[in-house]
Design a protein around this ligand. Sequence first.
Ligand code: FMN
Length: 213
Amino acid sequence: MKLLHVDASPKSERSNSRALARHFVDCLRELNVKLDIDYLDLMEHPPAHINESFTIAAYTPTEQRTDAMVQTLAPSTALCKRVLDADAFLFAMPMHNFSYPSVFKAFIDNIIRAELTYVVDSTGQYVGQLVRQRTLFITTRGTDMRAGMPLSHMDALTPSLNAAFGFIGVQSPNFVNAQPTQFAAKEEREKALERARIELTTIAKTWASEQKN
Ligand SMILES: Cc1cc2nc3c(=O)[nH]c(=O)nc-3n(C[C@H](O)[C@H](O)[C@H](O)COP(=O)(O)O)c2cc1C
């Protein structure tokens, strides 16, 4: 399985989302899933934010692009290729101000590309191209936004991930949301991480069994 593993936390060793992502990869390995990992650390390799030349180039039909436009789009095109080449996605990130870290937004802006990750068919419908990839989002949140909690309506991260990745074809992604990881007593934080590890172990088993079928 070619797994594109993307980390987006600004923290390194102390990051909860990175640790949970490592746990998931370890689970897959223990289950003898053959992994070919394409690793992308967005803090080390942050994609560029969208600028004017990008917007012009991106919305110029492929066959009409100048060499300069092709050059402008090259890093985004390369990221799209990595995404399209993968069999599965592991995206790990903290919640930052109710949504994803800005570096992950830049990643999304670079991988949603016409004629690459989505196409427009003859009837004008948008057709996402990432329909074959299994997808897991690991998110960590300092507060507890689970359903029924007072802050649950503040979760703009889950719907935004579903919208962006649904547009490019991702179907039925798994979510493991560890919460509360910061603004709670130590015992509550530890329980949140343990719940997440248990969920990740279960998802790894499902991925492993699907791969054997
Ligand atoms: C800039 C910043 C913004 C944050 N915004 C939120 C937030 O909106 N909601 C929340 O529950 N936690 C928020 N947190 C807390 C983190 O989501 C939490 O500590 C998470 O576990 C960090 O994951 P990491 O260790 O992988 O970086 C924020 C943390 C930072 C640094």
